[in-house]
Design a protein around this ligand. Structure first.
Ligand code: AGP
Length: 606
């Protein structure tokens, strides 16, 4: 996750760009840079490492342009060097970019075949050459950018400035946030409102697919089809310290919508996109020697571990013992010394999980943890830490932390399978490619929430809701039930769909909504049979699938169609409808979405 800023100023902007970048350092800081336009000429300064290195560079080689863009980088493609630092530029255009361009290999080959000389390993440099090529064909900057955006696949945000245009900045958003700020004769853009807080509190947020043309006199936004659109202008409450809700009503909504970006950022920490392989940084445990795994966690984190059980057993052929930490800590499970014990926790402070970990320490286990708070107790006491890079999660109901946990666990399972020789490089590349597509699929799901809003009216009347799933999506059903019950207070229960006939089917009648997680994977036909058993007894089915409603083979109350994805990544994709169903139902019911009754964000007591 990188940070981007831009200022169309009435006075030199380099210093203010750096000030804004300092507010984005939480997004990454392995290198930084700024570029400006002055008297029509483009110029830039970049530096490796922290922002003060860039400040020193600017002090010795100042830039005085009144229009500029800036970037603080967290490397995804290409090492964190000055050469790879943004802004990237040709003599005609400069760009800063946050996100991942999935089809960069194809674009790179195309540009090289056209004789373009590339000087970096980054996907971003390709963008600046694509725009330059359009400009050289005589297109104006807006058309050049619009044509280029149509070539890019992935989740990203970009901002451009152009030679000979002293009053023009163009920005676009596809999956990574971008805020536009309004000043007095000035305009601003940034990855979030916090970056713009020193300049303005009057902002609007671009939506996915939007691209914006900024001049000092104002803003023209167009959607992905090139149609003019308006986005609401609001007062931001961002400040240096407060985590801002952005343009969302609740932190939970903001965090649901941050998932494309933070999952991409987390994946980038564990995947070498150029080589299509998993690269675990700082992993002192020899994965090839792992022959047993025990996993323990609580709540949503436990469900992430349950998904991982399927992945470790199916891919790495390693048996997994898993239990909720409040049980695990007292079971005195006999453990083979030297085996791997894995602990998953957003806060890294959950008392039961910490206690389970300490039991494993006493049994001479090798301890690895997946946490969202790097300096937490669980992290500090682990032999290996695999951080989720979800950023602060404020909503009590865990959302982005869950999908980031799944992203890390998926990478760990692939790495372990490879280390144990259970998959080859081709299979690894296939699975990595599937993971790389997840942010884009998430963005597509988040573009249309209307169906969840209307479904919430029905669910709000229910006294009991069942969630069904099979295989790696059985834990997703459990997570969906937890999400609904913890923020709407409606009783909900997740079940393995195959268990229906062993009891729960007795609950089914026309008052019971049944949410079915039904990706078209190897279990699909069996899940469809369960759907038909429910429908035959009057159950109100919510059919969530990449297949159409007709694939259910019966009438369903609601069908939610998702993008078709690799079976390996369905838990990350199907987690989103679970979150959105719960969120919209709770909002409709008027409960306290971000701080539900009786709950705490981190359960640090037994
Ligand atoms: C999930 O939405 C709940 N907030 C809760 O189940 C949570 O996942 C559980 O308390 C574990 O918290 P942790 O990830 O911080 O350890």
């Amino acid at each position: 996750m990188c940070g981007i800023v831009g200022i169309l100023g009435t006075e030199p902007v380099a210093g203010r760009l750096v000030e804004a970048l300092k507010r984005l350092e939480y997004r990454g800081y392995d290198s930084a840079g700024v570029a400006t336009v002055e008297n029509g000429s483009l110029d830039r300064r970049r530096a490796e490492g922290k922002l003060h290195n860039l400040e020193e560079r600017l002090a010795s080689e100042p830039l005085t342009g009144r229009l500029g863009i800036g970037h603080t980088r967290w490397a995804t493609h290409g090492a964190p060097t000055e050469t790879n630092a943004h802004p990237h530029m040709t003599d005609r255009v400069s760009v800063v970019h946050n996100g991942i361009i999935e089809n960069f290999k194809e674009l790179r080959a195309e540009l090289l075949a056209q004789g373009v000389t590339l000087s970096t390993d980054t996907d971003t440099e390709l963008i600046v050459h694509l725009v330059t090529r359009e400009l050289e064909q005589g297109h104006d900057p807006a058309v050049a950018v619009q044509h280029t955006l149509r070539r890019l696949e992935g989740a990203f945000a970009v901002a451009f400035i152009f030679r000979n245009y002293d009053d023009l900045m163009i920005a676009a958003r596809e999956g990574s946030p971008l805020a536009i700020g309004f000043g007095d004769g000035e305009m601003y853009l940034g990855s979030d409102a916090i970056a713009l807080a020193p300049f303005t509190d009057t902002i609007c947020y671009l939506e996915d697919g939007d691209w914006a043309v900024l001049t000092r006199n104002g803003l023209a936004i167009r959607d992905r089809n090139g149609q003019p659109v308006e986005r609401p202008v609001q007062k931001s409450v961002a400040s240096a310290l407060l985590v801002d809700k952005g343009n969302h009503r609740h932190f939970m909504a903001k965090e649901i919508h941050e998932q494309p970006e933070v999952v991409a950022h987390t994946l980038a920490n564990y995947i070498d996109f150029a080589e299509s392989r998993v690269l675990l940084p700082d992993m002192p445990i020899d994965l090839a020697s792992v022959d047993r795994i025990s996993i323990s966690a609580c709540g949503t984190a436990y469900y992430a571990g349950l998904v991982a059980k399927y992945w470790f057993e199916r891919l790495a052929r390693v048996p997994v013992e898993i239990d909720v930490a409040s049980e695990f800590r007292y079971r005195e499970i006999p453990l083979q010394p030297g085996s791997l014990a894995l602990f998953i926790s957003q806060s890294g402070e959950t008392a039961d999980t910490l206690a389970a970990m300490r039991y494993c320490q006493s049994q001479d286990q090798r301890i690895a943890s997946i946490v969202n708070v790097r300096e937490s107790s669980i992290a500090r006491e682990s032999d290996a830490v695999l951080p989720t890079l979800a950023g602060p999660e404020i909503g009590v109901a865990s959302t982005k932390a869950f999908t980031c946990q799944l992203a890390v666990l998926a990478c760990l399972a692939v790495a372990m399978a490879r280390a144990r020789g259970k998959i080859d490089g081709q299979k690894e590349a296939e699975l990595v490619s599937a993971l790389t597509e997840v942010p884009r699929h998430m963005s597509a799901i988040l573009r249309d929430e209307a169906i969840y809003d209307s479904l919430s009216h029905t669910l709000s009347k229910a006294k009991d809701v069942l969630y069904l799933g099979r295989g790696i999506n059985y834990p997703v059903a459990l997570e969906g039930a937890l999400k609904l019950k913890e923020i709407s207070y409606i009783h909900a229960e997740g079940y393995a769909a195959g268990e229906l006939k062993h009891g729960p089917i007795a609950l089914i009648d026309e008052t019971v909504p049944v949410v079915v997680v039904a990706p078209q994977d190897e279990m699909f036909e069996k899940v469809v049979s369960n759907v038909q058993e429910v429908a035959a007894r009057g159950g109100q089915v919510v059919f969530i699938s990449d297949g159409s409603q007709s694939a259910a083979g019966c009438d369903v109350m609601t069908a939610i169609q998702l993008p078709q994805t690799h079976p390996f990544t369905t838990p990350l994709i199907y987690a989103l409808p679970m979150q959105l169903i719960a969120y919209h139902t709770a909002v409709f019911m008027g409960t306290d979405v971000d701080q539900p009754r009786n709950l705490a964000k981190s359960v640090t007591v037994e």
